[in-house]
Design a protein around this ligand. Structure first.
Ligand code: COI
Length: 355
């Protein structure tokens, strides 16, 4: 993308790089040196800059703190063997940010600001992109309301920011999940498809109950009847039953339109894998678990990448899934995606920008 956009870049004199232990990264705990900032006021985006990562000053009446106009994205940048940085599907994250923005009555962001802010930030913090196998730089673009106002109405001012974190694996081992049939993540007409803070806040209590019972995550079911699988708290989910890949469709507006989900679907289509974008009923899941027809279950997400599911709790019973061999679909698709992201395999869909 050609750009005429220029903005100030203030490099910090106090880099945290020397004191950062890249061999011991806890997901989301280590933040890189700089952040990109843009403000929305008087109907336009202005005051763009890259500056040192530092605390924000907020008034107690800040609208986000009270009414939750807050959206975010998650994406990753990778170190390739030729020392370059590869950014995976940034355009898709930009498009999804704007879908979320519209749902939450927030201003959309021009692609040029998103991409140029991202590129300048990554250029300045390129030494923060880890080199270790499987590690990456998690990128967190986000937007929130900045009006100081008590009263329920859309804010007139906003901040868009990007910061980054060097990360290892989000899940270091296969996960166990519990089918949730009491609490609801999203209903039709709600905000389920938007990547908005409130969706995650509402999921915390039920997820905590499941974690106390020994599960890593929930498998959310539809809000109407709790009879079909929607997604997990940190990722979309896919099942392979009798050779067919099944994943929930997104047309109900209750499912996050995962970019890893979309990439896996594209690869499955490229490979001629039988694929059904449809809801999987709990009963069908239970039968497939009982009969052994469930060959694979895995999550897909930017943070989670491809997360194997090893245990599913449904209707009072724990079912265990055997470990997957290297020719399992989930492992093949993980290798293919990693190969594309780390620049070791061709990128036929143009998913990568290298800088
Ligand atoms: C992501 O995968 O990027 C997310 O935002 C999910 C969160 C668990 C980190």
């Amino acid at each position: 993308m050609k750009t005429t956009l220029t903005f100030p870049i203030h490099k910090t004199k106090n880099s945290k790089l020397p004191e950062t232990d890249f061999s011991n990264l806890v997901f989301g705990r280590t933040i890189s040196d700089h952040m990109f900032v843009a403000d929305y006021k008087n109907g336009e985006w202005t005051d763009l800059s890259v500056e040192e990562y530092k605390p924000l000053e907020l008034n107690p009446a800040n609208a986000t703190l009270h009414y939750g106009q807050s959206i975010f994205e998650g994406m990753k940048a990778y170190r390739t063997s030729d020392g370059k940085i590869s950014v995976f599907r940034g355009d898709a994250n930009w498009a999804r940010l704007n879908e979320s923005a519209e749902r939450m009555c927030m201003p959309t962001l021009p692609e040029e600001i998103f991409m140029e802010g991202l590129m300048q930030l990554l250029e300045l913090d390129r030494d923060w992109v880890p080199t270790a196998n499987g590690a990456s730089l998690y990128v967190r673009p986000f937007m929130f309301a900045t009006d100081d106002y008590i009263g329920v109405k859309p804010s007139e001012t906003y901040k868009f920011m990007i910061f980054t974190c060097p990360v290892g694996m989000y899940y270091s081992k296969p996960v166990s999940v519990k089918v949730e049939t009491k609490f609801t993540r999203a209903t039709e007409g709600g905000t389920g498809y938007a990547k908005t803070a409130g969706n995650y806040a509402a999921s915390l209590y039920p997820a905590l109950q499941a974690q106390k019972a020994g599960y890593d995550q929930l498998l959310w079911t539809d809000g109407k009847n709790h009879s079909q699988i929607e997604e997990s708290g940190t990722m979309n989910v896919m099942f392979k039953i009798n050779g067919k890949l099944i994943t929930a469709p997104t047309h109900t507006g209750t499912i996050l339109k995962g970019i890893t989900r979309d990439s896996v679907i594209q690869l499955a289509k490229d490979w001629g894998e039988p694929l059904e974008e449809r809801f999987l009923g709990i009963k069908e899941l239970e039968e497939a678990l009982k009969s052994g027809d469930l060959e694979e279950a895995f999550g897909t997400g930017t943070a989670a990448t491809i997360a194997h599911i090893e245990r599913i709790h449904v209707n009072g019973t724990d079912y265990y899934l055997p470990e997957k061999g290297s020719d399992a679909f989930s492992n093949r698709v993980l290798r293919e995606l990693d190969g594309i992201k780390y620049g070791e395999l061709p990128d036929p869909h143009g998913w990568i920008i290298k800088i």
